[in-house]
Design a protein around this ligand. Structure first.
Ligand SMILES: [Zn+2]
Length: 398
């Protein structure tokens, strides 16, 4: 009789224990999710239930995540690899950084993304943005806060050497003085040239905007309402992961770029897209933003006027590579990726549009990252003659 009661008590006891443990487990899973959502600095969780089990069965599972940083301050374009370690029951640490079970999540993918396991600050980010990155290993999580540092003010004496990553500063390099610029526009006008007409303000407006061979520069303006009607997204890797008009190019150029990137890859060279199509409106926003922030003259130095950016044609794209952290820097030209581009882009119909030492002709400083689609025949000819597109246009196309 007592034995029987004892047995029943034991069974009820066991059932209660299972129930309590199950509740504990569910509760703790919730806690873990809350930590992930609120995104405070390092907090780790592991449910008690599992800890008990672990101590009986598998003493060496991970109890806690240890991250090399709690708070990070990064600039736009920066890439950062955080070291993640797991604390085991016996007090030892194992490196989980490259463990395939370690998951990473950004709570604002548009600004800071995880690319190949690294934290990458995208060009959409702005100074003082804060983004939480959550690391999850099995059911343990830890978070770090990443704050975006202000990009250095554009140097006043020294001309800007790269297209800054912060959006409103894109496409710098422009003649500072408006008056000079405008008088130049008229001086450069060639009456044999039917690819432009002069509008009521004396401005040259391009008439063959849909032509793959269209020449756009600081004298020759695209119509403000021109939007290519065959924009598509090339199937290549970009330096950011979000959806963006910058991913687009005109169809012919997009497919040519896919072939270029694939051939490069075959030769062990990784070329990544950074910025392709840019609308007149977008350029206007960038330009007006800069006028407001810096005044007209300075704005003119750091951003192209709307209508004067080759990116509006959908035939130009800025590309980069890991060696310069996917930034647009002159140094790209010295890397194997930049050299490969300079030697091979024409085979796929692209030219390096703003070459070193040709600033006076193109109006732009050296931009080894800016490639322009002209079609294979023309690109090859421009390349072989060693001319800028301005020179070639004048000598062979008028
Ligand atoms: Zn560009």
């Amino acid at each position: 009789m007592y034995k029987k009661i004892g047995k029943i008590v034991l069974i009820i006891g066991a059932l209660c224990l299972v129930f309590v443990l199950a509740i504990g487990f569910i509760k703790d899973r919730k806690n873990t999710n809350e930590v992930t959502a609120t995104g405070n600095s390092i907090k780790t969780k592991k449910d008690n239930n599992e800890q008990e089990n672990d101590s009986k069965e598998e003493d060496n599972s991970v109890k806690e995540l240890r991250i090399s940083e709690e708070n990070l301050s990064l600039k736009i374009g920066d890439k950062y690899n955080v070291e993640v370690k797991g604390l085991l029951a016996d007090g030892s640490l194992i490196d989980l950084t490259n463990d395939s079970k370690l998951l990473r999540h950004s709570d604002n993918e548009e600004k800071i993304s995880i690319i190949d396991g690294e934290i990458v600050v995208l060009d959409r980010a702005e100074a003082d943005d804060e983004v939480t990155i959550t690391y999850v290993y099995e059911n343990i999580s830890a978070t770090i806060n990443v704050k975006v540092e202000a990009t250095e003010e554009l140097k006043k004496e020294e001309p800007e050497k790269e297209e800054p990553k912060e959006e409103p500063k894109e496409e710098p390099k422009e003649e500072p003085k408006q008056e000079n610029n405008e008088s130049k526009q008229n001086n450069n006008y060639n009456s044999n040239d039917d690819t432009v007409m002069i509008d009521e303000d004396g401005k040259q407006v391009i008439t063959n905007q849909k032509d793959i061979h269209v020449l756009v520069n600081k004298q020759r303006n695209l119509p403000s309402d021109y939007v290519p009607d065959d924009l598509i997204q090339p199937d290549i890797k970009f330096s950011f992961t979000h959806e963006d008009p910058k991913r687009y190019l005109r169809e012919e150029a997009a497919h040519a770029l896919e072939r270029l990137v694939a051939q490069a890859k075959e030769e062990g060279i990784e070329i990544v897209g950074v910025s392709g199509y840019r609308s007149y409106k977008r350029q206007e926003t960038i330009f007006n933003y800069n006028v407001k922030k810096r005044g007209y003259e300075a704005a003119n130095k750091v951003s192209a006027k709307p209508g004067q950016s080759e990116h509006q044609t959908g035939l130009a794209i800025d590309v980069s590579c890991a060696g310069v952290n996917y930034k647009l820097q002159e140094k790209l030209g010295e890397l194997k990726e930049g050299k490969w581009l300079a030697e091979n882009a024409h085979k796929f119909g692209f030219i390096i549009r703003y070459e070193l030492g040709k600033e006076d002709i193109t109006g732009y400083q050296y931009e080894p990252w800016h490639i322009r689609y002209l079609g294979e025949d023309l690109a090859k000819d421009v390349y072989e003659k060693g001319l800028t597109y301005e020179e070639y246009f004048e000598q062979y196309m008028l």
